[in-house]
Design a protein around this ligand. Sequence first.
Ligand code: ADP
Ligand code: ZN
Length: 726
Amino acid sequence: MTPNQALQKYFGYSSFRHRQEEIVTRILNGKDVLVLMPTGGGKSLCYQLPAVLLSGLTIVISPLIALMKDQVDSLNVNGIPAAFLNSAQSPDEQRELINKLRNNRIKLLYLAPERLFGTENKLVEFLKSLPIVQIAIDEAHCISHWGHDFRPEYLMLAGLKEHFPTVPVIALTATADQITQKDILEKLNLKNPEVFISSFNRENIVYNVAPKRNSFNQLLAFLDKRKDDSGIIYCLSRKSTEALAANLKDEGFSAEAYHAGLDNATKARNQEAFLRDDVKIVVATIAFGMGINKSNVRYVVHMDLPKNIEGYYQETGRAGRDGLPSEAMLYYSPGDVQKLKEFARVEDNPEQSRIMLKKLDDMARYGELQTCRRQFLLNYFDEEAPESCGACDVCLTEVERFDGTVIAQKALSAVSRLNERFGAGYVVEFLRGSKSEKIREEHKQLKTYGIGADISKPDWQRYMRELVAMGYLKTSEGEYPVLQLTAKSDAVLKGLQKVELIASQTVEERTDVAELPFEAELLNELKTVRREIATNENVPAYVILSDSTLMEIATYLPQSMDELRLISGFGDIKLARYGREFLVPVKSHCAAKGLSSKIGEKKPKRERRQSGERKTSTERSGKPNATQQESFNLYKSGKNIAEIAAIRNFSPITIEGHLCRFIELGEIDVTDIVNPEKIPVIQEAVEKYGADKLGPLKEILGENYGYGEIKAVISWMKAGRGEVTL
Ligand code: ADP
Ligand code: ZN
């Protein structure tokens, strides 16, 4: 059987993802590998497929029982004999397992490292008597001090190669920076290892950060829109997970807490309920999740700042393993950074403390970011990324500021003329010169009456909110809040303080993953069938079939076993075991509604963009929008940046941003904007320090180099004209 045939037969997938095929081939050739792939990328398949194809036993080292059980269930459902060893098994169960192993009736055996090398049992000696063909080490970063999740018991694995010198080893992790990678290779003593690094981009996850204010209310608003979805909410402390879970229950949500301090029975119960969709939300510390394979987690919320990007990325990566649109939400407050600094210090280890503090610092920068979050994350993992992803809060919000000093002065003097005794609604009507009877006659005589007639009511309302947010105005407490001046107002009124306002704000709807029309009623019936099968077999529902598989069925309405085979996720065994049961509701639904199969419309599943494929520059930044085009038109007519800024009432920085788009498109020559002598200097700095950190670049380059110039060179380099890949 070829790897491709096995992929279809045992896993029901028609094509490999990332570099799975190369990895599998290398293992089949008996070579060592290190695999870096994001959570949800499909690491397990890299050793499960060789395990099926090779005749002999694959040992899988994994840190957590929860992970093992889940994987073993999934394998067995796919018709691949697998088992795990754990201390909870009775001597009888263990004996039975040993027998099966002796008789070659198990393909994959999952173990914790301390079981393998524990002193009291001679497991390693026993295993050496079996035909071992592959050793897989999951969560391999646990072996390194430099990783974020060091586990001392993993150090025992250093002896592996002595015991099994000829067996290929595959080490896998979702998170490893370069020192950790090197450490893994050294500690495990891998021979001539090839390192496979996949793109870490998770296209189906939208990254959001919101300033943390009243986080519980913020969370409720978030959850209200996601009532039917499963999600994980991470908190820093055990106590807060319990409190938050209780509060959510009070609000009518289906939520349970999970942390390492709960007794085992409660932990197992809550986890199980979540896996089976009986509980929608788990409120957890980071103890929850490693190895949780639930594929339909729709969102991951962080109530507190994670300690590092690695952890954050791994946790958010638990959303959307099924490839459907999912979200990450972080509530960020600078106060959290201070709190975490205390935790970051590792006693008696200044060097490790330094590394931990640096990691925290990067995490804080992520929270403060004004540029694309996905780009930052991917760059963090040494991967190139376009400047704008279109699927993070920064990219989805277009903010342009302009000099709004005059507008602010009008607003403030209106408030002052009205003796600080009227609410925003009245002030706006007054500014706009409303003829309404609501406006008192004596106010209509004032000089400020109607001085803001050129600005629409919604714009005025927005400006008022911004002025309040910036502290140039405040609203009084009480039942009828009125606008009042603040200590900062005077400087604005006297023209000593400039005020920048936001020109237009457009938050686009998520459009990245097109939703196919599907039969909602049928989908529910399919879920019921799945739940029944899962209960019968005593496994979580998604082990039977994932949500995305059910979604495909409800979309393409397959009418026969042959058609069902074309649905992604149906391997031969699953098809034979469950195919008919799922066809029943499809057929009756179609008969009742007069629908027929749409399987002919099914295209091969859209695979994720591979890291090697680059988007073109227009694709990357989208078409220039109208406002950018307008700046460009003025530029073409011979105006310089300062003049355009003055004409358009935008800041020069905004205009520079507009023009950079056209540099990327090749319509403006970079030398028009940047003195040619400066270009190589900027280019060198960018190559050395990366393009994502404008602040530090400016600092390095010094006074003589403006932000606009730096940005222009970066745009030029990104367009490929600098012959540099960023
Ligand atoms: P990881 O261990 O890297 O976090 P998993 O191994 O759990 O990820 O895989 C994530 C999901 O992707 C699983 O549901 C898995 O069955 C699915 N998957 C893996 N490889 C493929 C593939 N080639 N085509 C389609 N789905 C795949
Ligand atoms: Zn983005």
